[in-house]
Design a protein around this ligand. Structure first.
Ligand SMILES: [Zn+2]
Length: 465
């Protein structure tokens, strides 16, 4: 890691550790206005897609994944085309060697979208370091921080359980930080062994993997004592949060991120703040109360591939009260990331119109039916294909299906939708390391429906109905 890069990471660390609490909402807005100006005047003209300059952010056309893929070279300042990026990404997936993908230390990220083609993103080393600096600066507990700055103490051990490696982790590694990467594309035994060997102070993993690790710890198969547990990449299941706290005595902290950027982080009070000092969020409202929205994001620090007024596929739920969080961070708080836009079930209303049913309410209905491993494919005609983990006993299968039917019936009644046509099928575990998708639209060209827990769930769990 070069000195300039290290300074960038340290600056991000310090800013995210102490900076956010010192500033007012007005100060935040002022800083953002300056950053938007720089983006419009200095960076955007370097990308072919934005050949002519814009005066205001609001004048820039909103783009989505399809638009970016259609003119890929135009959205990055290096003019790297989609074929080159994809070839590099696939080569790395096969070799499991993610170092030095493209000249200049550029890494290719693929977003695991639930429908259509994956999104493709380019980031350089400085951008990756800034990510690590921000995450660690915001989330590390005091004791870990003290350990980090005392050179005579052992380095802070951080285990990342992720689907793909990135040069990020090696480049951030230093005498004070010991990064261990645990590849999730492996049998769960190996994942377990990898985490056990790493003996992490900080454990970072997707929710479904944290769940499987916490279960293993509860069975006495994993002896680690992390002081900080970070949930990334998937919506954190409430049951998983409880299980993690039971296993290690700490509440998992959420990092809301996508290949599109670092979008939000839990504060010490357990509230999820949007990363507004770096990302501008324009909400596209989905309901009459303006609580649920799809964000259009602008990343103020991206330099390699520009993310300007990019419509994400996520559904966010704003906090009910607008009061500033007691932690002092003036950034907006969201109650939950409810999932991706195609997780919103479109049902048929009593009047024949469309009724939107949000993923959190569907998840709660399934929890009330007492089913653990499940997945739903919905079709716009009002049909739900429901995959349930099959019990061996036929009566138990029938009972589980009846419970789901009853619970979903109550939900559909409550939101004023006609009861859906339900079809049940056996649940198939996802491939290890695959993102858990509970709810998705049926029409999308996607692999067969699958549900949690990922990374090779123990078989006795799969057998639960
Ligand atoms: Zn807070």
């Amino acid at each position: 890691m070069g000195p300039t890069l290290a300074v960038g990471a340290l600056a991000a660390f310090a800013r995210s550790r102490w900076g956010v609490r010192l500033q007012s909402r007005r100060g935040l807005e002022r800083r953002r206005r300056r950053a938007i100006r720089r983006l419009l005047v200095e960076r955007m003209p370097r990308a072919g897609h934005y050949a002519h300059p814009f005066d205001r952010l609001a004048d820039v056309p909103v783009v989505d994944k399809a638009a970016v893929l259609a003119d890929f070279a135009g959205f990055n300042v290096l003019g790297i085309d989609l074929d080159t990026a994809l070839t590099a990404a696939h080569a790395a997936e096969h070799s499991r060697d993610f170092s030095g993908l493209l000249p200049g230390g550029i890494t290719v990220g693929l977003s695991s979208g639930t429908s259509g083609r994956p999104g493709v993103f380019l980031v350089d080393e400085a951008e990756r370091l800034r990510w690590a600096g921000t995450v660690l600066g915001r989330l590390l507990d005091r004791r870990s921080l003290v350990q980090l700055v005392q050179p005579w103490r052992p380095p802070l051990r951080i285990a990342f359980c992720l689907r793909a490696n990135s040069t990020l982790y090696e480049s951030v590694g230093s005498r004070r930080l010991d990064f261990r990467f645990v590849d999730l594309v492996a049998p769960f035994d190996e994942v377990l062994a990898g985490v056990a060997t790493a003996r992490p102070d900080v454990l970072v993993a997707p929710s479904s993997v944290l769940d499987a690790l916490a279960r293993a710890a509860a069975r006495g198969e994993l002896a680690i004592a992390p002081r900080l547990v970070v949930a990334v990449a998937e919506v954190l299941d409430p049951a998983t949060a409880v299980r993690v706290e039971g296993a290690w005595g700490v509440r998992p902290r959420r990092v809301y991120q996508a290949t599109e950027g670092l979008l939000g982080l839990d504060c010490a009070r357990g509230r999820l703040h949007l990363n507004e000092s770096v990302v501008v969020f324009e909400p596209e409202s989905l309901d009459a109360e303006h609580r649920r929205f799809t964000p259009i994001v602008t990343d103020l620090e991206r330099r390699t591939q520009l993310v300007v007024r990019y419509r994400l596929d996520d559904v966010l739920r704003a906090a009910a009260d607008d009061a500033r969080c007691p932690c002092g961070d003036p950034s907006r708080v969201i109650e939950a990331v409810e999932g991706r836009a195609d997780e919103v079930v479109e049902a048929v209303g009593a009047d024949g119109g469309v009724v939107r049913i949000f993923p959190d309410t569907v998840r709660r209905a399934m929890a009330l039916a007492d089913v653990t491993d499940w997945a739903i494919r919905w079709s716009s005609g009002g049909r739900l294909d429901i995959a349930l983990a099959r019990a061996t006993d036929a009566r138990e299968v029938a009972a589980a299906e009846a419970a789901v039917r009853r619970s979903l019936g109550e939900l559909f009644d409550a939101v004023g939708a006609r009861h859906p046509e339900l079809r049940f099928e056996a649940w198939t575990p996802p491939r290890p390391g695959d993102k858990v998708v509970r709810i998705r639209r049926a029409e999308a060209p996607a692999p067969p429906v699958a549900a949690a827990p990922a990374a090779a769930a123990p078989t006795e769990e799969v057998a639960r109905g």
